[in-house]
Write a protein that binds this ligand. Structure first.
Ligand code: ADP
Ligand code: MG
Length: 579
């Protein structure tokens, strides 16, 4: 007896719905993608109870005629591809023709649409067409989805709180807004506007509206390309970072995607400026020939498969690094508040300096980047390996065992001695790691490092990499390693702590390069060798630090992206005192 049966269309739609629209966020994603495909320049999304009660997406796009308005709900009907070759040269976000029938099979869906000629109303209740008639509405499309999953309790049960479901939708619309600066997005949640972009096409303006005005102050536009890829967007300078990768927005051919490889490339470029547990913020949009990217990996279309992934990886690492290097500049204290407020809160109040956070993010100050290196969009990044702009400084005194006070002809300087020393050490070790012949010193007492079986299993890989930076290891019984020799220049440092750091970061990577080992060694060295924050310094020690800092390639920031000094210009002092 044959036991295989063909599923009816309704059941097929419901199963597909499970993949395409698992939760309200998935519904919103599909509807917004359709609006973008319909060339809308303004898209408004209204949700109630995190989308669980209702979702409504309105656009001012091309709309549909009445025949298409009905066809749109048939399975595998799409206006976007017709032949197999279209699938490999996609210019639209949708192409599967599954979203609308799937959504309509698990909700009550109402469509009103007009192509400028005729307007149509279609209502479908859990896959059953219940109402179709001519209608009157302006050009564009509105789709309203109510009672999502009400007839599929198993799915409904999987939804979390309205707050959580709503936050996913908020996240999603923020991403869309950042990706499409020329489309005006508005998300209204329970009658409250929670996300809104202007659609004026300006990336930095979109960053200001979506991420915050403060973050936009640190945003710089960038663009670069090679034969296959064009990469552009807005990067946020490393002084603003996050504890998770959610501030990394990646788009491929105008599509929101998740790509671990691209994220890794971005992190690699930011690494010299960020603590290991911090993540950068960036909006990065990549355009490539559609034949190089496969989006048909999963129905939700979040995943992509790229050809030439390695090439893209190195393009991003190299070019983004160059941009970051050229944009790390001396911070200057500038006023952002009214004159009146300034008088109440002196800009430079020595008595209260101690209570200020070390990032110097006090409300009356903002760091400005000199206008000369701003807005390098569409140009090759300018790289100034040894900025001549480092001022000639005379040291005055030490403040609170933390800061070096100095002056030059153009103003007063407050140097963070720890950050300065970190920068100096970082560049010193960088030089040694890259250029020193790896003459080794045999340790009189070898150092024993306990590690994990997973590390030990990669002993040979580790041995050959470490050897290239002058560290010789031997396998010992169990999971131990024995370090017999270290580079000659590696003195004045807690050797065991350094080696543990290095082994740890080796363990954290599945594949590791010599360059990466060098970088990790550097970060660890710079950190372990720097002077403590609270340490009295003599005049000559301070002079020494300042002169070493002045010879650095990037003297303006420590390796974690924080400023090494701030400046209060002579002009500003005059103004503060009312001259
Ligand atoms: P796909 O987007 O994969 O083509 P959908 O089920 O999402 O499949 O949509 C089916 C069709 O309905 C689309 O191909 C398009 O022609 C039409 N459509 C859907 N939404 C809109 C809209 N907002 N404006 C104009 N046409 C739309
Ligand atoms: Mg679609």
């Amino acid at each position: 007896m044959a036991i295989i049966q063909r599923l009816d269309e309704h059941l097929t739609n419901m199963i597909a719905a499970g993949e395409v629209v698992e939760r309200p966020m998935g519904v919103v994603k599909e509807l917004v993608e359709n609006a973008i495909d319909a060339k809308a320049t303004s898209i408004t999304i209204r949700i109630e109870q995190g989308g669980i009660d209702s979702i409504e997406v309105s656009d001012n796009g091309i709309g549909m005629d009445s025949a298409d308005a009905l066809l749109a709900f048939e399975r595998h009907t799409t206006s976007k591809i017709a032949t197999q070759s279209d699938l490999f040269a996609l210019h639209s976000l949708g192409f599967r023709g599954e979203a609308l029938p799937s959504i309509a099979s698990v909700s009550k869906t109402t469509l009103t649409t007009s192509d400028g000629q005729e307007a149509t109303f279609v209502q479908i209740d859990n896959g059953m067409r219940i109402n179709v008639h001519p209608h009157s509405c302006p050009q564009g499309t509105t789709i309203r989805v109510e009672n999502l999953f009400r007839k599929t309790p198993a799915r409904l049960k999987h939804l979390k709180t309205p707050q959580y479901e709503g936050s996913l939708i908020m996240d999603l619309i923020e991403k869309f807004a950042l990706c499409y600066p020329s489309v005006a997005f508005k998300l209204v949640s329970d009658e409250k506007t929670v996300v809104e972009s202007s659609g004026n096409g300006q990336r930095i303006d979109t960053v200001a509206r979506i991420l915050s005005n403060n973050i936009a102050r640190y945003a710089r536009e960038f663009a670069f390309q090679d034969y296959d890829f064009t990469v552009e967007g807005a990067l946020i300078l490393p002084s603003q970072s996050r504890s998770n990768p959610k501030g990394i927005y990646i788009f491929v051919n105008q599509r929101l995607v998740r790509s671990w490889q691209i994220q890794k490339a971005i992190q690699e470029a930011y690494r010299p400026y960020l603590f290991p547990d911090r993540y950068p913020m960036i909006v990065l949009s990549i355009t490539m020939d559609n034949s190089l990217v496969d989006v048909n990996v999963h129905p939700s279309k979040w995943e992509i498969r790229l050809s030439k992934e390695q090439q893209l990886y190195y393009l991003i690492v190299d070019q983004l690094s160059a941009y970051l290097r050229s944009h790390m500049a001396p911070p200057e204290v500038a006023k952002v508040q009214s004159e009146e407020r300034m008088i109440q809160t002196p800009l430079f109040d020595v008595d209260h300096l101690e209570s200020y956070p070390t990032t110097i993010d006090v409300p009356t100050m903002v760091f400005e980047t000199p206008s000369s290196i701003l807005e390098t969009k569409e140009e090759e990044p300018k790289i100034d390996p040894n900025p001549s702009s480092f001022p000639h400084l005379e040291v005055l005194a030490q403040l609170h065992g933390r800061y070096i006070l100095a002056y030059s002809s153009d103003g007063l300087y407050v140097i963070d001695q720890h950050a300065a020393k970190e920068r100096v050490n970082y560049e010193k070790f960088q030089h040694l790691l890259l250029h020193e012949d790896s003459s080794k010193q045999l340790l009189t007492v070898p150092i024993l490092i306990e590690t994990k079986a997973s590390v030990k299993a990669r002993f040979e890989e580790m041995e050959s990499l470490f050897k290239q930076i002058g560290i010789e290891i031997e396998p010992m019984s169990g999971n131990s390693l024995l370090v017999r020799s270290l580079p000659l220049w590696l003195n004045d440092i807690d050797e065991a702590a350094f080696l543990h750091d290095l082994v740890d970061s080796f363990d954290a990577q599945r594949t590791i390069t010599l360059e990466r080992v060098r970088q990790d060694a550097l970060a660890s060295l710079a950190c372990h060798a720097s002077i403590r924050f609270n340490q009295a310094l003599t005049m000559s020690e301070m002079n020494h630090i300042v002169s070493e800092l002045s010879r650095c390639e990037q003297p303006f920031n420590c390796p974690h992206g924080r400023p090494t000094f701030i400046k209060i210009s002579t002009q500003q002092l005059l103004k503060e005192f009312g001259r």
